[in-house]
Design a protein around this ligand. Structure first.
Ligand SMILES: Cc1cc2nc3c(=O)[nH]c(=O)nc-3n(C[C@H](O)[C@H](O)[C@H](O)COP(=O)(O)O)c2cc1C
Length: 170
């Protein structure tokens, strides 16, 4: 059985302790691509059909409104099936304390019964938030392993930690 890296990430304006920065590539994408290099697992990007704004503040409001509505944004692409995979390295940014709503859309699109999910959350201060609890509630028949929190703006300093965390699953 195979493992799949699944990630959600947003480029453009983002907030760091140094103020607003413009990212060519999102923090979580940098992490996911490094995991791909290290492991050679398959990889899938969760993309919303209607993207959030490139403006940080507008995006913040859009993501907050979606969370308050418990929205399930439609995705641009879906996997035909997850039958060939038994483990998912699920990488996502902390949006308002939990997963971006499009990650809920992804999790609800498939049956994760008996499958292992390993959560990796990039954030800018709140760590995993309630994301791991939310994954467990969304996929109650899956096996959700310990999550790893990575400060998004310092992701490259976490690579060693990420490799140790990944190796724990093997
Ligand atoms: C809409 C939005 C909401 C966010 N909410 C939080 C939050 O509640 N806690 C936190 O620590 N960081 C928060 N952040 C910061 C991101 O989690 C962090 O920058 C992450 O690494 C972004 O990943 P990405 O570049 O792959 O999208 C938020 C960022 C955005 C754009």
């Amino acid at each position: 059985m195979k493992k799949l890296i699944v990630y959600y990430s947003r480029a453009n304006e983002n907030y760091t302790s140094d103020g607003i920065v413009n990212l060519e590539k999102g923090n979580t994408e940098i992490v996911a691509e490094h995991i791909k290099k290290y492991t050679d697992y398959d990889i899938f990007k969760i993309e919303q059909e209607v993207e959030y704004s490139s403006n940080y503040y507008i995006c913040g409001e859009q993501a907050k409104a979606d969370k308050e509505k418990n929205a399930r944004p439609k995705l641009k692409h879906y996997l035909q099936s997850i039958d060939n995979y038994d483990e998912f390295i699920l990488c996502y940014p902390n949006f308002w304390g939990t997963l971006p709503m499009a990650v809920f859309t992804f999790l609800e699109a498939y049956d994760f019964t008996g499958k292992t999910i390993r959560p990796l959350c990039t954030h800018e201060g709140s760590g995993l938030g309630v994301s791991v609890e939310d994954i467990k509630a969304t996929c109650p028949s899956s096996i959700v392993k310990d999550g790893l929190a990575v400060q998004g703006s310092r992701a490259e300093f976490y690579f060693d930690k990420i490799y140790v965390w990944l190796d724990k699953s093997n």
